[in-house]
Design a protein around this ligand. Structure first.
Ligand SMILES: *[C@@H]1O[C@H](CO)[C@@H](O)[C@H](O)[C@H]1NC(C)=O
Ligand SMILES: *[C@@H]1O[C@H](CO)[C@@H](O)[C@H](O)[C@H]1NC(C)=O
Length: 697
């Protein structure tokens, strides 16, 4: 090659690449706006929060109707037909249900619109009155969205209840909102019927059947005053007596979503059409090229605001939504018959939403497969992974360009196929995603993970990471439809004047902020405020910090900050995060209260590490449990915690003065940690109440 050409070509290419690289790093994605009490930031793309994706789109029904008019023939909702259900014995003598599922059967936007109109007219024909509320209580499926839009067509507010909240919560929610019509699947219907006498406002139950389910007689007799009708019957009823729509406006309540309170009964969050539309407007602006070429895999519960907002956003952009379940997601999922296809490989989605627990599972699955193969393919994987990691972390000597293509073809293509092979982006939210998992998925799936932060009270909207942001542990800048503000939090010692980054309680303002809690003015006034310009702000109770480029990172929770007897504050979460690094610790919960001058801790020790210590010291013990009760063991662990705490610059009063070692691990099944393995403090405190009291004795 001509050296003169290289002499020009190389510097130009390198220079360009450097500009891109540095340009990216330096680019601030937020703009600071005025504000006296804290630091307020907005997305760099917009001056004022966007409220609507387009003029005239005021409600969720407007968005849906518009999408149906713009691309009537586009496929919209896809469902798999059940081909075979078998029971298979497992090695431990139990039996497992294994499913063989067919390909996706789709209805178009036009067909969905027709079904919505029929269903809506059908509930009116059944006698559902203006102003009364409907509840939808079902697993995620196509009919859920049809029922939802059907209710909106007549301005009926929809109540949703998270299925895992339990019976008391269910009765409370339906009773408090005086729901008259419950729309549910067969499984949930049995629960509703069993609670019959306690649900005094309910008059109608509409149940959805799967294609293969038969109209079996009801196993539980409903109260005589109830009308029990199938979804199909309601639609045909409506077809014969179509009624004119009675549309809501932006400030009317679309959904009352019940979420667990940290104590006591769940709270119903009021969400207006305007709130939801604002979130959708914001999120749609952040996902590049969202549109007709996309296919979205839906499988998380629609009673969770993240999934509801995601599906409504997909619907507004003409995306096809294929339904699946967490247990049939991949070819190796628990409920999938060996040799048949999971939802992802059958659908080939381009987008999906995932909670961290599911991404962790995908990561573990891939690791296990790679390890079990061993030999050459494991070696190749390890090299490929290292090379790509170096590239993603910004090294020029990592695998770029041709080498990246090579590794993609050799190693990652097969892994990508686990999720169907076409995924171009994932949305993660609901809990913090570990940096390790995020990197792993980035590299193996070759796709960005958009991390979002938001709460039911802000209609899922608050922050969402930029599509090309490959850093870990952060949740991105504010979405274009809201402001994010940090204010001083004296309790935790977090201040906006802190360096190197401003820290404080996260407050969210703008059109996504909901009106408050249903029939709970006291709680509403406590956490929502309106400023002099009329803008609503929600006080999240989460502690965050702003990175120099404007991205937010969640670092603590106000609820977990406790004041000791002499006035010092201990941030339980922060201390736990520091102490878990000790080789003796598998899990740890800090405890402190204002009645004592020192903090204490419950520790699940690492069996291997603690036994290793005992052997080295020649300590005799009968069982691990016995060892956990030995003073020597307790002292050794405490010493290790203090050493770790000092390295992490914790103050003396932040460290536990005493510990109790517990031999049993904390699992989601025991209710002591969540599915994402976060501590459930209330449950842990209740269960180990005696031990805590003894430590303070
Ligand atoms: C929608 O329903 C609510 C509650 O019944 C009512 O207050 C509101 O006026 C209705 N909206 C319209 C536009 O009729
Ligand atoms: C249902 O609500 C009413 C008031 O709206 C209350 O008096 C009653 O105790 C509640 N019943 C249950 C079972 O919660």
């Amino acid at each position: 090659m001509d050296p003169a050409f290289l002499g020009v070509f190389l510097p130009v290419v390198l220079g360009f690449a450097l500009c891109v690289k540095w340009g990216k790093k330096e680019r601030a994605v937020t703009v600071e706006v005025g504000g006296e009490l804290g630091i307020t930031k907005r997305n760099h793309r917009f001056q004022k929060p966007v409220e609507k994706p387009w003029e005239g789109a005021n409600t969720l029904f407007d968005l849906f109707e518009q999408a149906c008019k713009m691309h009537p023939k586009q496929k919209f909702l896809g469902t798999r037909k059940l081909i075979k259900k078998e029971l298979e014995p497992s090695s431990d003598g139990r039996t497992f249900e294994k499913l063989t599922l067919g390909s996706y059967v789709w209805i178009s936007y036009e067909e969905a619109y027709e079904q919505v109109c029929r269903f809506a007219s059908g509930i009116v024909a059944l006698g559902h009155q203006k102003g009364e509320k409907c509840a939808i209580f079902s697993e995620t499926r196509a009919e859920w969205l049809i029922a939802l839009q059907g209710c909106f067509r007549h301005n009926f507010s929809v109540v949703t209840v998270y299925a895992s909240l339990g019976e008391e919560a269910l009765v409370h929610s339906l009773n408090e909102t005086e729901v008259t019509t419950v729309i549910c699947d067969r499984k949930q219907m049995n629960k509703i019927l069993a609670l019959g006498d306690r649900l005094q406002t309910v008059k109608r139950v509409i149940y959805m059947l799967d294609s293969e389910e038969k109209h079996e007689p009801l196993s539980i007799r409903p109260p005589t005053s109830w009308m029990v009708t199938s979804f199909e019957e309601v639609k045909s009823l409506g077809q014969n007596s179509l009624v004119q729509p009675d549309l809501p406006s932006a400030e009317n309540i679309a959904v009352i979503m019940y979420t667990s309170g940290s104590t006591g009964l769940p709270k119903g969050v009021l969400m207006t059409h305007g709130n939801m539309v604002a979130t959708i407007a914001g999120v749609s602006k952040v996902i590049p090229d969202l549109g007709l070429d996309d296919v979205y895999l839906a499988y998380l519960p629609l009673a969770h605001v993240l999934e509801l907002a995601a599906e409504c956003a997909m619907c507004a952009s003409g995306v096809g939504i294929g339904y699946g379940t967490p247990l049939t997601l991949t070819d190796t999922s628990n409920k999938i018959k060996k040799g048949s296809k999971g939802d992802a490989s059958e659908l080939g989605p381009t987008l999906l939403t995932a909670v961290p627990a599911i991404l962790d599972r995908v990561r573990d699955g891939v690791r296990k497969t790679v390890d079990s193969k061993g030999g050459i393919s494991k070696k190749l994987f390890d090299i490929a992974y290292k090379r790509r990691l170096a590239a993603i972390e910004g090294s020029w000597f990592g695998a770029w360009g041709l080498e990246k293509l090579l590794w993609d073809a050799l190693v990652f293509k097969k892994i990508k196929a686990v999720l169907g092979g076409h995924v171009r982006g994932m949305l993660s939210g609901g809990a913090p995603l570990s940096g390790d998992t995020q990197r792993f998925i980035n590299i193996c799936m070759g796709t960005p993970i958009g991390q979002g932060y938001g709460l039911t009270e802000t209609c899922a909207g608050a922050t969402f990471s930029e599509w090309d942001d490959l850093t870990v542990g952060r949740v991105g800048p504010p979405i274009p439809s809201c402001y994010v503000k940090l204010i001083d939090c004296e309790e935790g010692g977090y201040r906006i004047a802190d360096s190197p980054m401003p820290r404080g309680e996260i407050v969210i303002g703008g059109p996504t902020v909901t009106p408050g809690y249903f029939k709970n003015q006291a709680k509403t006034d406590e956490v929502y405020k309106v400023d002099e310009t009329g803008m609503r702000w929600f006080y999240t109770g989460d502690i965050g910090q702003f990175h120099p480029d404007g991205c937010l990172e969640i670092i603590d929770r106000k609820k977990d900050i406790v004041k000791l007897q002499h006035g010092e504050y201990v941030s339980l979460g922060k201390v736990e995060a520091a102490l878990i690094v000790s080789p003796y610790v598998d899990n740890v919960m800090m405890h402190a209260d204002p009645f004592h001058s020192y903090a204490i801790a419950l520790v699940v020790p690492s069996e291997q590490a603690l036994k290793g210590f005992a052997h080295a010291k020649g300590i005799q013990f009968e069982s691990f449990d016995d060892l956990c009760n030995r003073d020597e063991a307790m002292k050794e662990v405490l010493q290790s915690l203090h050493k770790i705490g000092k390295t992490a610059h914790l103050q003396n009063f932040e460290l536990p003065a005493k510990v109790k070692l517990l031999s049993q691990p904390w699992t989601p099944e025991s209710g002591l940690v969540t599915a994402a393995l976060k501590l459930k403090r209330e449950n842990l405190r209740k269960k180990f109440d005696e031990d805590l009291k003894k430590l303070y004795a």
